[in-house]
Design a protein around this ligand. Structure first.
Ligand code: GLY
Length: 432
């Protein structure tokens, strides 16, 4: 098979790495990919949101399967375009992808079908939003831009002053463009966050192993949200009973709700959850693999991912059985100083060759490019280092040991990835 992976980050590098292991695969292409993938995939110079260009290219090159990494092309309808041309593609249709593309749509689905989530209000006018936020009290609240904002359109506000700043930024200054035409204001929920991803063919739902992301840029969950600064799997506080509850009360009802509306969802459904005292609740849905969650979930998968994706597309997911490694995985993202705000790129990354000696380490490139024989930084998130090991605490320690060997100017990473798991396992009872 010839496979085209769409996207250019660490998630896509992880997908390329995993798909390459399938006996079914002869060749992998990545569009636009990144230079770190070049050993495994041929780079195609087409942007991830160039839907017509990608479809033309896939048809011309007889691609057997296209796998879409990022949300933007999914929300813009890449799957519909490929299917129209009889090209095989893994991912949800444009209509199904509204679950991520529209915060209002996903809240309406949750609300209408009694799937647990936070109470919310929707505003299309700035003044009304401010009036509400002035009167509502009981801060903190969460303010979300309606559409895609690269993970940055969500703000937790502690008081009216912060709320008004956030609303003015999103709706007034349109910091995220049209995504600010409407906002959702939600109650803030307390609890640990987990990411639960599942394969679904629109009927069957097959959950993957759970993981936990760390969105804020600084230790202790301080600072602005990023795409994710690190992840680990499995979270020790998610037991099988809880996994079953998430399946029963969230994943399955969501797919059934979409079915009820005549929408067939095929691909990865990503539920961003919070584990409250009264049970798991949905914070958000995404319609693709998470990043960095993919960097810890996919390496734990022993089964053939191509086969699982094909069964999903063919609506035969009941035939799929996923085998998982009992090992834990921990990933720390190395980022450019200043990310997620402003940062410089083009700095040489030193020490990459030294990491090649470690068998339990995977290095996925997010934002790098090659200059001559050297890699330089080329994005906010630069590299993801993932260690697989027999215990979670061990893997976390190991990943921090290994990353000491990498160096680039202004390098930034969180030093506390997995802190909730560590606190839980060590029984400190600290606020997590
Ligand atoms: N890590 C969060 C996301 O992929 O949206």
């Amino acid at each position: 098979m010839k496979i085209l992976v769409v996207g250019s980050g660490g998630r896509e590098h992880t997908l390329v790495w995993k798909l390459y292991q399938s006996e079914k695969v002869k060749k992998i292409y990545a569009a636009p990919g990144n230079d770190g993938m070049q050993e495994l995939a041929e780079i195609v110079d087409l942007a991830a949101d160039n839907i017509q260009g990608l479809a033309d290219w896939a048809a011309e090159h007889n691609i057997d399967l296209t796998v879409v990494g990022p949300e933007k092309p999914l929300v813009a309808g890449i799957v519909d375009e490929f299917e129209k041309r009889d090209l095989r593609i893994f991912g949800p249709s444009r209509e199904a992808a509204r679950l991520e593309g529209s915060k209002v749509f996903s809240k309406q689905i949750l609300d209408e079908y009694d799937i647990p989530t936070a109470e919310y209000e929707v505003f299309t006018e700035l003044d009304r939003a401010l009036n509400y936020l002035q009167q509502v009290g009981n801060y903190p609240h969460v303010i979300k831009a309606e559409g895609l904002a690269a993970g940055k359109g969500v703000e937790i506000v502690q008081n009216f002053e912060q709320a008004s700043e956030a609303v003015n930024k999103i709706m007034g200054k349109k910091a995220f463009g049209e995504a600010g035409d409407r906002i959702v204001v939600e109650d803030f929920l307390e609890g640990r966050e987990v990411s639960v991803l599942a394969l679904t063919d629109g009927e069957q739902v097959l959950p993957l192993v759970p993981s936990q992301d760390h969105k804020p840029v600084f230790d202790g969950d301080e600072g602005p949200n990023t795409g994710g600064m690190g992840a680990y799997s499995p979270p020790p506080f998610v037991n099988q009973k809880l996994e079953e509850k998430i399946h029963r009360t969230i994943l399955r009802p969501t797919i059934e709700a979409l079915q009820d509306r005549g929408i067939k969802y095929k691909g990865i459904l990503y539920a961003g959850l919070i584990l409250t005292e009264s049970g798991p609740r949905v914070l958000e849905f995404n319609v693709r693999f998470g990043d960095p969650e993919a960097q810890v979930v996919i390496p734990r998968l022993k089964s053939d991912l191509v086969e699982a994706m094909e069964l999903t597309i063919d609506e035969r997911l009941e035939e799929a059985e996923l085998e998982w490694s009992a090992q834990s995985a921990a990933c720390v993202m190395l980022a450019s100083g200043g990310y997620p705000l402003t940062y410089e790129t083009g700095f040489e990354i030193k020490g990459l060759e030294d990491l090649e000696q470690y068998d339990d380490l995977l290095v996925f490139h997010s934002g790098t490019r090659k200059e001559g024989t050297k890699f330089v930084t080329d994005g906010g998130r630069v590299l993801g280092l993932t260690v697989l090991g027999s215990s979670l605490l061990f893997t976390i320690d190991k990943v921090y040991q290994y990353l000491e060997e990498i160096e680039f100017e202004d390098m930034h990473y969180r030093t506390d990835i997995g802190f909730q798991a560590v606190n839980y396992l060590e029984g400190s009872g600290d606020v997590e």
